[in-house]
Design a protein around this ligand. Structure first.
Ligand code: SF4
Ligand code: SF4
Length: 165
């Protein structure tokens, strides 16, 4: 792992596994891990709050302390250790609604740099949801509400006009 990995997504990756693997015998693991996973998902979508960060840490300790077996007793470790060591990344998601590593799709924005756009129309022709407007030889613009963040425009633009913000 390096700076191109999102630590919130990494914590979620491990929670996805735990939720899948929990035998369900004890409530902290069966329900607690699901709630942890939901909170991580909310944060990855840029909808998390500072209160969620408190809840995430508190519930992680409850699940660790009260689960019956080693699965639940260790499942919150990725959450706690990423929070301890990479809180700046959690704060970037919650406060700035940004994913520093660009991994959380919901937080990305595809944008066209007007200075580089020559109006070749390649992006607009390849956009699956017609989110890009612009005349031939004119500057093109992406409608952020319509964009589904597929990345096709970035791939098709030969003039380095599309970038991820
Ligand atoms: S593909 Fe690039 S240069 Fe062509 S219209 Fe789109 S953004 Fe502009
Ligand atoms: S990322 Fe995909 S959906 Fe969004 S503007 Fe580019 S081509 Fe269209």
């Amino acid at each position: 792992m390096d700076e191109d990995d999102c630590m919130v997504s990494i914590a979620k990756f491990y929670l996805d596994f735990t939720v899948e693997e929990s035998c369900g015998k004890c409530a902290p693991c069966r329900i607690g891990n699901k709630r942890l996973n939901e909170m991580l998902e909310k944060i990855c979508e840029g909808k998390g709050t500072m209160h969620d960060l408190d809840l995430l840490r508190n519930l992680s300790h409850v699940v660790k302390d009260t689960s019956l077996c080693g699965l639940g007793q260790t499942s919150p470790n990725p959450v706690l250790s990423t929070m301890d060591n990479f809180m700046d990344e959690y704060l970037a998601h919650v406060v700035d609604h940004k994913c520093p590593s660009g991994q959380c799709k919901a937080l990305l924005q595809y944008v066209i740099e007007a200075e580089n756009c020559v109006g070749c129309t390649a992006c607009a022709r390849n956009c699956p949801v017609n989110a890009i407007a612009g005349e031939r030889k004119g500057v093109h613009v992406i409608d952020q509400e319509t964009c589904i963040k597929c990345g096709a425009c970035l791939e098709k633009c030969k003039f380095n006009a599309v970038f991820i913000k």
